[in-house]
Design a protein around this ligand. Structure first.
Ligand code: ACO
Length: 328
Protein backbone atom coordinates (compact mmCIF):
# COMPACT_ATOMS: atom_id res chain seq x y z
CA UNK A 1 0.00 0.00 0.00
CA UNK A 2 1.62 3.25 -1.12
CA UNK A 3 0.83 6.25 1.07
CA UNK A 4 3.50 8.60 -0.29
CA UNK A 5 5.89 9.11 -3.17
CA UNK A 6 9.61 8.72 -2.72
CA UNK A 7 12.17 10.71 -4.70
CA UNK A 8 15.88 11.50 -4.82
CA UNK A 9 16.24 14.85 -3.05
CA UNK A 10 20.03 15.02 -2.82
CA UNK A 11 23.16 13.49 -4.38
CA UNK A 12 26.74 13.63 -3.09
CA UNK A 13 30.08 12.06 -3.86
CA UNK A 14 33.61 11.91 -2.51
CA UNK A 15 36.88 10.57 -3.92
CA UNK A 16 40.13 10.24 -1.97
CA UNK A 17 42.92 12.60 -2.95
CA UNK A 18 45.53 10.06 -4.08
CA UNK A 19 45.27 9.01 -7.73
CA UNK A 20 46.87 6.03 -9.50
CA UNK A 21 47.10 6.01 -13.30
CA UNK A 22 47.52 3.03 -15.59
CA UNK A 23 51.06 4.27 -16.23
CA UNK A 24 51.74 4.04 -12.48
CA UNK A 25 50.40 0.47 -12.53
CA UNK A 26 52.77 -0.45 -15.37
CA UNK A 27 55.57 -0.01 -12.82
CA UNK A 28 53.86 -2.28 -10.26
CA UNK A 29 52.61 -5.25 -12.29
CA UNK A 30 53.01 -6.80 -15.76
CA UNK A 31 50.42 -4.71 -17.62
CA UNK A 32 50.11 -1.80 -20.04
CA UNK A 33 47.97 1.31 -20.25
CA UNK A 34 46.89 0.15 -23.72
CA UNK A 35 45.68 -3.26 -22.40
CA UNK A 36 43.73 -1.75 -19.50
CA UNK A 37 42.05 0.96 -21.62
CA UNK A 38 41.13 -1.36 -24.48
CA UNK A 39 39.84 -4.23 -22.26
CA UNK A 40 38.10 -2.18 -19.55
CA UNK A 41 37.92 1.54 -20.41
CA UNK A 42 39.76 2.41 -17.17
CA UNK A 43 42.46 5.13 -17.22
CA UNK A 44 42.92 5.93 -13.54
CA UNK A 45 41.49 5.27 -10.08
CA UNK A 46 41.58 6.88 -6.61
CA UNK A 47 43.25 5.24 -3.63
CA UNK A 48 42.27 5.78 0.00
CA UNK A 49 45.09 6.73 2.39
CA UNK A 50 46.29 4.13 4.90
CA UNK A 51 44.42 5.76 7.77
CA UNK A 52 41.33 6.58 5.66
CA UNK A 53 38.43 4.21 6.36
CA UNK A 54 35.31 3.51 4.32
CA UNK A 55 33.29 5.52 6.87
CA UNK A 56 35.51 8.56 6.23
CA UNK A 57 34.68 8.51 2.51
CA UNK A 58 31.02 7.76 3.29
CA UNK A 59 30.83 10.68 5.73
CA UNK A 60 32.06 13.20 3.16
CA UNK A 61 29.73 11.92 0.43
CA UNK A 62 26.83 11.99 2.91
CA UNK A 63 27.43 15.58 3.99
CA UNK A 64 27.45 16.63 0.34
CA UNK A 65 24.17 14.75 -0.36
CA UNK A 66 22.48 16.19 2.75
CA UNK A 67 23.51 19.71 1.80
CA UNK A 68 22.20 19.10 -1.72
CA UNK A 69 18.86 17.94 -0.26
CA UNK A 70 18.65 21.16 1.75
CA UNK A 71 18.02 19.40 5.06
CA UNK A 72 19.99 19.01 8.29
CA UNK A 73 21.50 15.70 9.50
CA UNK A 74 18.93 15.66 12.33
CA UNK A 75 16.18 15.20 9.75
CA UNK A 76 17.63 11.88 8.53
CA UNK A 77 15.53 8.93 9.80
CA UNK A 78 17.71 6.06 8.56
CA UNK A 79 21.25 5.51 7.25
CA UNK A 80 22.03 2.57 4.99
CA UNK A 81 25.63 1.90 3.95
CA UNK A 82 26.18 -0.54 1.09
CA UNK A 83 29.74 -1.85 1.17
CA UNK A 84 31.83 -4.99 1.00
CA UNK A 85 34.77 -3.15 2.58
CA UNK A 86 33.30 -2.03 5.94
CA UNK A 87 35.54 -0.40 8.56
CA UNK A 88 35.12 -3.51 10.71
CA UNK A 89 33.01 -6.63 10.93
CA UNK A 90 31.40 -5.06 14.00
CA UNK A 91 30.10 -2.39 14.58
CA UNK A 92 28.59 -1.27 11.29
CA UNK A 93 30.08 1.44 9.10
CA UNK A 94 26.66 3.12 9.08
CA UNK A 95 26.76 3.80 12.83
CA UNK A 96 30.15 5.47 12.37
CA UNK A 97 28.68 7.68 9.65
CA UNK A 98 25.76 8.50 11.94
CA UNK A 99 28.18 9.69 14.62
CA UNK A 100 30.36 11.61 12.16
CA UNK A 101 27.52 13.56 10.57
CA UNK A 102 25.52 14.00 13.80
CA UNK A 103 22.36 12.30 12.50
CA UNK A 104 21.02 11.83 16.00
CA UNK A 105 17.53 10.74 14.98
CA UNK A 106 18.58 8.05 12.52
CA UNK A 107 18.70 4.27 12.71
CA UNK A 108 21.74 2.86 10.89
CA UNK A 109 22.90 -0.41 9.34
CA UNK A 110 25.10 -1.85 6.57
CA UNK A 111 24.07 -4.13 3.74
CA UNK A 112 26.25 -6.54 1.81
CA UNK A 113 25.27 -7.10 -1.81
CA UNK A 114 28.58 -6.20 -3.49
CA UNK A 115 28.19 -3.97 -6.54
CA UNK A 116 24.38 -4.26 -6.38
CA UNK A 117 24.39 -2.97 -2.80
CA UNK A 118 23.45 0.61 -3.61
CA UNK A 119 20.36 -0.51 -5.57
CA UNK A 120 19.38 -2.88 -2.74
CA UNK A 121 19.79 0.00 -0.27
CA UNK A 122 17.73 2.36 -2.42
CA UNK A 123 14.91 -0.20 -2.60
CA UNK A 124 14.86 -0.44 1.22
CA UNK A 125 14.77 3.36 1.53
CA UNK A 126 11.95 3.48 -1.03
CA UNK A 127 9.82 1.09 1.10
CA UNK A 128 10.20 3.12 4.29
CA UNK A 129 9.27 6.33 2.47
CA UNK A 130 6.28 5.10 0.46
CA UNK A 131 4.68 3.37 3.45
CA UNK A 132 4.80 6.70 5.24
CA UNK A 133 7.09 5.56 8.07
CA UNK A 134 10.00 7.87 7.26
CA UNK A 135 10.67 11.22 5.62
CA UNK A 136 14.38 11.11 4.73
CA UNK A 137 16.64 8.10 4.28
CA UNK A 138 20.35 8.39 3.50
CA UNK A 139 21.67 5.66 1.19
CA UNK A 140 25.44 5.43 0.73
CA UNK A 141 27.65 3.26 -1.45
CA UNK A 142 31.22 3.42 -0.11
CA UNK A 143 34.30 1.30 -0.69
CA UNK A 144 38.00 1.14 0.07
CA UNK A 145 38.59 -1.83 -2.24
CA UNK A 146 42.24 -1.05 -2.93
CA UNK A 147 43.05 -2.12 0.64
CA UNK A 148 42.01 -5.65 -0.46
CA UNK A 149 43.77 -5.71 -3.81
CA UNK A 150 46.73 -8.00 -4.41
CA UNK A 151 48.91 -5.55 -6.35
CA UNK A 152 50.89 -8.44 -7.83
CA UNK A 153 47.72 -9.92 -9.45
CA UNK A 154 47.18 -8.20 -12.80
CA UNK A 155 43.81 -9.94 -13.22
CA UNK A 156 42.28 -7.87 -10.43
CA UNK A 157 44.60 -5.02 -9.41
CA UNK A 158 43.93 -2.94 -12.52
CA UNK A 159 40.16 -3.04 -12.12
CA UNK A 160 39.26 -1.43 -8.80
CA UNK A 161 39.25 1.97 -7.12
CA UNK A 162 38.01 3.65 -3.92
CA UNK A 163 35.24 6.21 -3.45
CA UNK A 164 31.82 6.97 -2.04
CA UNK A 165 28.51 8.24 -3.33
CA UNK A 166 25.34 9.03 -1.42
CA UNK A 167 21.74 10.02 -2.02
CA UNK A 168 18.95 11.26 0.21
CA UNK A 169 15.59 9.65 -0.53
CA UNK A 170 12.71 11.84 0.65
CA UNK A 171 8.94 11.90 0.83
CA UNK A 172 6.79 13.53 -1.88
CA UNK A 173 7.90 16.11 -4.43
CA UNK A 174 6.70 18.09 -7.39
CA UNK A 175 6.73 15.29 -9.93
CA UNK A 176 10.00 13.50 -9.21
CA UNK A 177 9.39 9.90 -8.14
CA UNK A 178 11.02 6.51 -7.70
CA UNK A 179 8.84 4.34 -9.93
CA UNK A 180 10.03 0.88 -8.91
CA UNK A 181 12.78 -1.71 -8.90
CA UNK A 182 13.90 -5.21 -9.76
CA UNK A 183 16.23 -7.17 -7.47
CA UNK A 184 17.71 -10.63 -7.80
CA UNK A 185 20.31 -13.05 -6.51
CA UNK A 186 21.73 -16.43 -7.48
CA UNK A 187 23.98 -18.08 -4.92
CA UNK A 188 24.48 -21.23 -6.97
CA UNK A 189 27.57 -20.37 -9.08
CA UNK A 190 30.94 -21.00 -7.37
CA UNK A 191 31.79 -18.33 -4.78
CA UNK A 192 35.29 -18.35 -6.32
CA UNK A 193 33.95 -16.43 -9.33
CA UNK A 194 34.22 -13.26 -7.25
CA UNK A 195 35.33 -13.55 -3.66
CA UNK A 196 36.97 -11.80 -0.73
CA UNK A 197 37.29 -14.86 1.48
CA UNK A 198 39.07 -13.43 4.53
CA UNK A 199 37.42 -11.91 7.54
CA UNK A 200 34.28 -14.03 7.72
CA UNK A 201 33.48 -17.00 9.98
CA UNK A 202 34.85 -19.50 7.44
CA UNK A 203 38.38 -18.12 7.37
CA UNK A 204 39.76 -17.10 10.75
CA UNK A 205 42.96 -15.06 11.09
CA UNK A 206 45.61 -17.76 10.67
CA UNK A 207 43.94 -19.00 7.47
CA UNK A 208 43.73 -15.52 6.04
CA UNK A 209 47.47 -14.96 6.38
CA UNK A 210 48.43 -18.42 5.12
CA UNK A 211 46.23 -18.42 2.05
CA UNK A 212 46.31 -14.75 0.94
CA UNK A 213 42.60 -14.83 1.65
CA UNK A 214 42.38 -11.14 2.41
CA UNK A 215 42.57 -10.25 -1.27
CA UNK A 216 39.90 -10.14 -3.94
CA UNK A 217 40.01 -13.07 -6.34
CA UNK A 218 37.94 -13.31 -9.47
CA UNK A 219 37.08 -15.37 -12.52
CA UNK A 220 36.92 -12.40 -14.88
CA UNK A 221 35.49 -14.30 -17.85
CA UNK A 222 32.53 -15.73 -15.93
CA UNK A 223 31.73 -12.40 -14.27
CA UNK A 224 32.00 -10.70 -17.67
CA UNK A 225 29.45 -13.12 -19.19
CA UNK A 226 27.19 -12.72 -16.16
CA UNK A 227 27.32 -8.91 -16.47
CA UNK A 228 26.58 -8.90 -20.19
CA UNK A 229 23.50 -11.09 -19.61
CA UNK A 230 22.11 -9.66 -16.39
CA UNK A 231 22.43 -5.94 -17.12
CA UNK A 232 20.01 -6.00 -20.09
CA UNK A 233 17.76 -8.55 -18.34
CA UNK A 234 17.24 -6.51 -15.16
CA UNK A 235 16.78 -3.27 -17.15
CA UNK A 236 14.18 -4.90 -19.42
CA UNK A 237 12.35 -6.36 -16.41
CA UNK A 238 12.03 -3.07 -14.54
CA UNK A 239 11.11 -1.03 -17.62
CA UNK A 240 8.35 -3.49 -18.65
CA UNK A 241 7.10 -3.95 -15.07
CA UNK A 242 6.16 -0.29 -14.89
CA UNK A 243 4.59 -0.11 -18.35
CA UNK A 244 7.39 1.75 -20.13
CA UNK A 245 9.49 0.89 -23.18
CA UNK A 246 13.21 1.38 -23.82
CA UNK A 247 12.36 4.46 -25.92
CA UNK A 248 10.99 6.14 -22.78
CA UNK A 249 14.40 5.95 -21.08
CA UNK A 250 16.41 9.19 -21.16
CA UNK A 251 19.47 7.89 -19.33
CA UNK A 252 20.87 4.59 -18.05
CA UNK A 253 23.35 4.83 -15.17
CA UNK A 254 24.91 1.36 -14.92
CA UNK A 255 27.41 -0.06 -12.46
CA UNK A 256 30.86 0.80 -13.83
CA UNK A 257 32.68 -2.55 -13.97
CA UNK A 258 33.88 -2.66 -17.57
CA UNK A 259 33.12 -0.38 -20.52
CA UNK A 260 32.76 -3.41 -22.79
CA UNK A 261 30.04 -4.90 -20.56
CA UNK A 262 28.07 -1.64 -20.82
CA UNK A 263 28.58 -1.47 -24.60
CA UNK A 264 27.39 -5.08 -25.03
CA UNK A 265 24.33 -4.38 -22.86
CA UNK A 266 23.49 -1.34 -25.00
CA UNK A 267 23.54 -3.49 -28.15
CA UNK A 268 21.32 -6.19 -26.59
CA UNK A 269 18.85 -3.58 -25.32
CA UNK A 270 18.93 -1.64 -28.59
CA UNK A 271 19.41 1.57 -26.60
CA UNK A 272 22.01 3.98 -28.09
CA UNK A 273 25.28 3.89 -26.13
CA UNK A 274 25.03 7.70 -25.83
CA UNK A 275 22.18 7.15 -23.37
CA UNK A 276 24.49 5.21 -21.02
CA UNK A 277 26.47 7.31 -18.57
CA UNK A 278 30.05 6.05 -18.38
CA UNK A 279 32.77 7.41 -16.08
CA UNK A 280 34.79 4.23 -15.48
CA UNK A 281 37.77 5.93 -17.17
CA UNK A 282 38.17 8.22 -14.14
CA UNK A 283 37.46 5.93 -11.19
CA UNK A 284 37.69 2.24 -12.23
CA UNK A 285 35.23 -0.12 -10.47
CA UNK A 286 34.22 1.33 -7.09
CA UNK A 287 31.61 -1.40 -6.51
CA UNK A 288 28.65 -0.14 -4.41
CA UNK A 289 29.87 3.45 -4.85
CA UNK A 290 29.94 3.46 -8.63
CA UNK A 291 26.27 4.25 -9.34
CA UNK A 292 25.84 7.17 -6.90
CA UNK A 293 29.21 8.63 -7.99
CA UNK A 294 28.00 8.38 -11.61
CA UNK A 295 24.68 10.04 -10.68
CA UNK A 296 26.59 12.92 -9.08
CA UNK A 297 28.87 13.37 -12.09
CA UNK A 298 26.03 13.02 -14.63
CA UNK A 299 24.09 15.78 -12.91
CA UNK A 300 27.17 18.01 -12.64
CA UNK A 301 27.70 17.59 -16.40
CA UNK A 302 24.00 18.40 -17.07
CA UNK A 303 23.46 14.91 -18.48
CA UNK A 304 21.07 14.03 -15.64
CA UNK A 305 18.32 16.64 -15.52
CA UNK A 306 15.07 17.16 -13.63
CA UNK A 307 12.19 15.25 -15.23
CA UNK A 308 14.41 12.63 -16.89
CA UNK A 309 13.32 8.98 -16.79
CA UNK A 310 16.41 7.08 -15.71
CA UNK A 311 17.35 3.48 -14.95
CA UNK A 312 20.06 2.60 -12.45
CA UNK A 313 21.37 -0.97 -12.83
CA UNK A 314 24.00 -2.97 -10.98
CA UNK A 315 25.39 -6.49 -10.71
CA UNK A 316 28.06 -8.14 -8.67
CA UNK A 317 29.38 -10.85 -6.41
CA UNK A 318 26.95 -13.26 -4.84
CA UNK A 319 25.79 -13.24 -7.56
CA UNK A 320 23.43 -10.29 -7.15
CA UNK A 321 21.75 -7.74 -9.39
CA UNK A 322 19.26 -4.90 -9.24
CA UNK A 323 17.75 -2.04 -11.19
CA UNK A 324 15.74 1.03 -10.26
CA UNK A 325 13.41 3.09 -12.44
CA UNK A 326 13.25 6.75 -11.48
CA UNK A 327 11.66 9.96 -12.69
CA UNK A 328 14.39 12.33 -11.50
N1 ACO B 1 47.41 -6.60 -18.25
C1 ACO B 1 47.88 -7.25 -19.33
N2 ACO B 1 47.44 -8.47 -19.71
C2 ACO B 1 46.48 -9.02 -18.95
C3 ACO B 1 45.95 -8.39 -17.80
C4 ACO B 1 46.47 -7.13 -17.46
N3 ACO B 1 46.04 -6.43 -16.40
N4 ACO B 1 45.01 -9.21 -17.25
C5 ACO B 1 44.94 -10.28 -18.02
N5 ACO B 1 45.82 -10.20 -19.05
C6 ACO B 1 46.07 -11.13 -20.13
C7 ACO B 1 45.68 -12.53 -19.76
O1 ACO B 1 46.71 -13.17 -19.05
C8 ACO B 1 45.43 -13.13 -21.11
O2 ACO B 1 46.65 -13.49 -21.68
P1 ACO B 1 46.79 -14.87 -22.52
O3 ACO B 1 45.85 -14.70 -23.68
O4 ACO B 1 48.22 -14.89 -22.86
O5 ACO B 1 46.36 -15.93 -21.56
C9 ACO B 1 44.87 -11.98 -21.93
O6 ACO B 1 45.27 -10.77 -21.24
C10 ACO B 1 43.37 -11.99 -22.05
O7 ACO B 1 42.81 -12.20 -20.77
P2 ACO B 1 41.30 -12.33 -20.55
O8 ACO B 1 41.03 -12.71 -19.12
O9 ACO B 1 40.70 -13.18 -21.64
O10 ACO B 1 40.83 -10.83 -20.78
P3 ACO B 1 39.38 -10.30 -20.91
O11 ACO B 1 39.23 -9.67 -22.21
O12 ACO B 1 38.36 -11.33 -20.47
O13 ACO B 1 39.38 -9.16 -19.81
C11 ACO B 1 38.68 -8.65 -17.60
C12 ACO B 1 39.62 -9.45 -18.47
C13 ACO B 1 38.92 -7.17 -17.84
C14 ACO B 1 38.94 -8.96 -16.13
C15 ACO B 1 37.22 -9.00 -17.96
O14 ACO B 1 37.06 -10.39 -17.99
C16 ACO B 1 36.22 -8.39 -17.04
O15 ACO B 1 36.05 -7.20 -16.99
N6 ACO B 1 35.46 -9.20 -16.31
C17 ACO B 1 34.41 -8.72 -15.43
C18 ACO B 1 35.02 -8.15 -14.20
C19 ACO B 1 34.01 -7.50 -13.31
O16 ACO B 1 33.08 -6.88 -13.77
N7 ACO B 1 34.22 -7.61 -12.00
C20 ACO B 1 33.51 -6.92 -11.03
C21 ACO B 1 32.09 -7.30 -10.83
S1 ACO B 1 31.36 -6.29 -9.69
C22 ACO B 1 31.68 -6.72 -8.03
O17 ACO B 1 30.83 -7.30 -7.38
C23 ACO B 1 32.97 -6.35 -7.36
Amino acid sequence: MENSNSYISGIGSYLPSQMLTNKDLEKMVDTTDEWIVSRTGIKKRYISAKEEATSDLATKASLSAIEDAGISPNEINMIIVATFTPDMMLPSTATRVQKNIGANNASAFDISAACSGFIYGLSIAHQFIINGTMKNVLVIGAETITKYVDWSDRNTSVLFGDGAGAVVVSQNSNGAKILGFNLGANGNPPREWLMLAGGGSVNRDENILKGKKNFITMNGKEIFKFGVNILPATITTVVKKYGLTNEDIDLVIPHQANRRIIEAAAVILNIPIQKFYINIDRYANTSAASIPIAMFDARKENILNKGDIIVLAGFGAGLTWGSMLIKY
